[in-house]
Write a protein that binds this ligand. Structure first.
Ligand SMILES: [Zn+2]
Length: 69
């Protein structure tokens, strides 16, 4: 999700982990690029944007693999 505080915004995972910086309204592209550089996975699922931190992305990958075994 994207959290906004006092005119700044940042990408936050469902688990509460936020990216390192906050960004101004006109820095949306920079925010997304930085989040990806930090390992966040940003994808559209069922029409909704999902923002997943590196830890949760790694866990999701592992549980997907596990279900195949
Ligand atoms: Zn997370």
């Amino acid at each position: 999700m994207i959290e906004r505080h006092a005119g700044r915004m940042q990408i936050v995972c469902e688990c509460g982990a936020a990216q390192r910086s906050t960004y101004a309204r006109d820095e949306f592209d920079v925010m997304v690029a930085d989040a990806r550089a930090e390992g966040f996975v940003i994808e559209k699922i069922a029409g909704e944007w999902a923002h997943t931190c590196p830890d949760c992305a790694e866990q999701a990958k592992r549980s997907k693999k596990g279900s195949l075994l």
